[in-house]
Design a protein around this ligand. Structure first.
Ligand code: C2E
Ligand code: MG
Ligand code: MG
Length: 711
């Protein structure tokens, strides 16, 4: 069996019971370039059709056996019979039988008798129509296939009628069946991701108003909630008067393209071994950070890291192990750098660091928004310490150390290249200094860093050797002028440097975590002293202790207080704990629990440096405290203003309304005392009444308990 494509000329099946008629028709058709086959009744016609699959059928109606009507309708049900053109030849030119023929599947009719030339023209015309239809159908199938392969859907929107026609593929992209698509613009817009809707509408409407074609990417939401990106292209179709008739467009699924774009981006900007930003991205980020730092005059640091003797590891253990080690090192670096955000204050809530691998065993870290250049040293130290623990690579323990160079913006350079060059130079200095350390590019910063390092070492010894002393500063009842207690303030009796003030060593104590041990020592000592004064017959006073963040939010405070009280036998009411607002606010719920526990032990609680932190009044109300200490900065202001500082007045009023005792810190002059008394402040502390002093000096100020007269 041949189909039209394989046949050189079209094949016609001529069905007629009259042999002469058949002969005539066949001769005419052959002459006009057709191939023919014949049948003398309906039944035979069906068989011929099945055998030869003709391109057209000419069918007589009245025949013995199966007539033309029946043959026509049966033929339509045969394989390949649904679309073949059937020309019905009828002597019955009555309307009814023509209508019946059409109903049963005839394509056209011609009434007998007919002109043979006209018949051949009719046949040719019908064949042309049929072939065109065939080609169109095939092309539609091909287009549909192409659309599916390319994942391109087509659509047309008629803004006047709001009608929106979507091709089968576009419906498939939207995840709905063609028959379920409502066919309106709104129905389409509903499928667009809510965040993209406005943009899509603007772009499509812009085609009409601004007459610009649209080419945008937007997300489509599938019925299951998943989304994916399509590229939408559209143009307007105008009529002769340049009035827009409709907007036609395509929508192409570009998920894969987006994916490859991401992949290309990853390859271009990230190191494939560690997944860290590479040199290109790092430099780009530094450029950005420099613009910001220039504008806001902030400090930033560039750290240049180079692993020590990495080449030896690589050469002896192989590149495979070397690669795995670099990956693990990168992870550990990322971990230790992430914690560095606590040392640098964030202005814009963005990350303040950026870690990158420049290549080989070289890494860089950018620290932005630094409060102090020395903070970069802290981060560098943390990195050096993070590498102390050995790495376990394929069951092998490997030790690596790192040398770090630090360059600071703006002092050590104001461009990416200079900063990198100087950090690199400082890194070589670190190698010269015996590796496994960090060096600043600037010598003054280096001196300060090593000074600090030395101090921390000495501080460790000081804790072991208990080189601290407690000084006491009297607290006064403003109304009576009498001493009601003292604040315990720590000093370090340094063997070489002499007596050191808290400002000189507390920051190092906080950084090293030694502060907690120091606080606990002060607590024990102050309780012991206070109890000793009472034993020596002095009036009982309250002693206040400063509680650091690490002591307050650690888990030893309760037991430390309990022990100090039980070991010395001091009445809990004679012990007061001072903590700043920021300590209490760091974790309000936990603070409330801790303060409530302390309160139930009977100790007094006080908020120190009040007014300088970020305390919220609603929280303050929930804290079970007894007293607030107005920060000295406000007390200092009292003198510079004719009126008592309104803030002092407000704090006193607020504290009193919460039934809290108010103490003013840093009272140095008589004028301050008078004003505070007038404003109703309860207590005061300051040089006016006494500087912090050694234990024995303070003990002398305490009044003896009046001897009871013998009755
Ligand atoms: P603070 O708790 O606010 O202590 C008051 C500070 O003000 C003390 O400084 C005190 O000497 C000083 N001061 C008192 N009266 C006056 C005055 O009239 N004028 C001026 N200008 N200053 C006055 P110090 O002893 O240097 O302590 C500073 C800070 O160190 C304390 O501030 C406290 O936050 C902390 N600190 C002191 N001892 C300890 C301690 O044992 N543990 C903890 N965690 N922190 C402590
Ligand atoms: Mg204090
Ligand atoms: Mg204070």
């Amino acid at each position: 069996m041949q189909t039209f494509q394989e046949r050189t000329c079209p094949l016609a099946l001529v069905v007629d019971d009259e042999p002469q008629m058949r002969m005539l028709i066949c001769a005419m058709l052959e002459q006009s370039g057709h191939e023919v086959c014949e049948a003398e009744n309906g039944q035979q016609a069906l068989e011929r059709f099945a055998e030869r699959r003709p391109d057209i059928v000419l069918m007589d109606i009245i025949m013995p056996g199966m007539d033309g009507f029946t043959a026509c309708s049966r033929l339509r049900g045969l394989m390949g019979g649904s679309r073949v053109p059937i020309l019905v030849m009828t002597g019955l030119d009555d309307i009814e039988s023509i209508a019946k023929a059409y109903e049963l599947g005839a394509t056209d009719f011609i009434t007998k008798p007919f002109n043979l030339t006209i018949l051949s023209h009719r046949v040719r015309y019908m064949l042309r129509g049929s072939f065109t239809m065939d080609a169109l159908l095939k092309s539609e199938v091909r287009l549909g296939l192409a659309q599916r392969i390319a994942k391109i859907g087509t659509w047309e929107w008629r803004p006047d009628t709001k009608q929106f026609t979507a091709s089968a593929e576009f419906c498939r992209l939207m995840g709905i069946r063609s028959q379920d698509f409502a066919g309106t613009f709104d129905a389409y817009i509903q499928q667009v991701h809510a965040e993209d809707r406005n943009r899509v509408e603007q772009a499509l409407k812009g085609i009409l108003t601004k007459r610009v074609p649209c080419d945008i990417d937007h997300r489509l939401i599938l019925p299951n909630g998943a989304d994916f990106t399509v590229n939408l292209q559209a143009e307007a179709v105008f009529d002769d008067q340049m009035k827009a008739l409709s907007i036609v467009g395509t929508a192409q699924d570009i998920t894969d393209r987006k994916q490859s774009e991401r992949e290309i981006h990853r390859l271009a900007y990230f190191d494939s071994l560690t997944g860290l930003p590479n040199r290109v991205l790092f430099k780009d980020r530094v450029e950005q950070a420099l613009l910001h730092a220039h504008r806001y005059r902030t400090t930033m640091a560039m750290l240049f890291l180079d692993l020590d003797r990495f080449k030896v590891i690589n050469d002896t253990l192989g590149h495979n192990i070397g690669d795995l080690l670099l990956k693990s090192v990168a992870d550990r670096l990322a971990e230790s750098v992430r914690h560095s955000d606590s040392v640098s204050r964030s202005i814009d809530k963005e990350e303040n660091h950026s870690l990158a691998r420049l290549g080989g065993d070289e890494f860089t870290v950018l620290l932005t928004n630094l409060c102090d250049a020395q903070d970069a040293g802290k981060v560098a130290r943390r990195i050096v310490e993070a590498l102390v623990k050995p790495f376990s690579i394929e069951g092998r323990e490997i030790f690596v150390t790192v040398s770090i160079g630090i360059a600071i913006f703006p002092s050590d350079g104001d461009s990416v290249d200079t900063l990198l060059k100087n950090a690199d130079c400082a890194m070589y200095h670190a190698k010269e200094e015996g590796r496994n350390n960090f060096q600043f590019y600037s010598s003054t910063l280096n001196a300060a860093a090593s000074e600090r390092l030395a101090l921390e070492g000495e501080l460790r010894h000081a804790v072991e050797r208990e080189e601290f002393v407690v000084h006491y500063q009297p607290k006064i009842d403003l109304r009576t002028g009498g001493i009601i207690g003292a604040e315990a303030l720590v000093r370090w009796q340094h063997p070489q440097r002499g007596l050191m003030q808290p400002a000189e060593f507390l920051p190092a104590a906080v950084d090293t975590g030694l502060i907690r041990a120091i606080d606990e020592w002060v607590l024990r000592t102050a309780c012991r002293h206070n109890q000793a004064w009472q034993h020596r017959g002095k009036m009982p006073v309250s002693i206040s202790i400063n509680v650091s963040n690490s002591l307050f939010h650690g888990n030893t405070l309760l037991s430390a207080v309990e022990q100090a009280l039980s070991q010395t036998g001091l009445t809990p009411a004679c012990l007061e704990l001072e903590l700043t607002e920021s300590i209490a606010m760091r974790n309000v719920e936990a603070s409330i629990v801790m303060l409530t526990d302390l309160k139930s032990m009977g100790v007094q609680l006080c908020i120190d440096d009040f007014g300088t932190g970020y305390s919220s009044l609603s929280y303050l109300q929930r804290l079970p405290i007894d007293m607030v200490k107005i920060d000295q900065s406000f007390i200092r202001e009292i003198l510079t203003q004719a009126q008592p500082a309104p803030i002092v007045r407000a704090i006193i009023a607020m504290a009193h309304s919460l039934n809290l005792v108010v103490l003013a810190e840093g009272v140095e002059q008589e004028a301050q005392r008078t004003l505070l008394l007038e404003e109703g402040c309860d207590q005061a502390q300051g040089y006016l009444f006494g500087q912090p002093m050694p234990e024995h000096a303070f003990a002398k100020l305490l009044q003896p308990v009046p001897l009871r007269k013998a009755s």
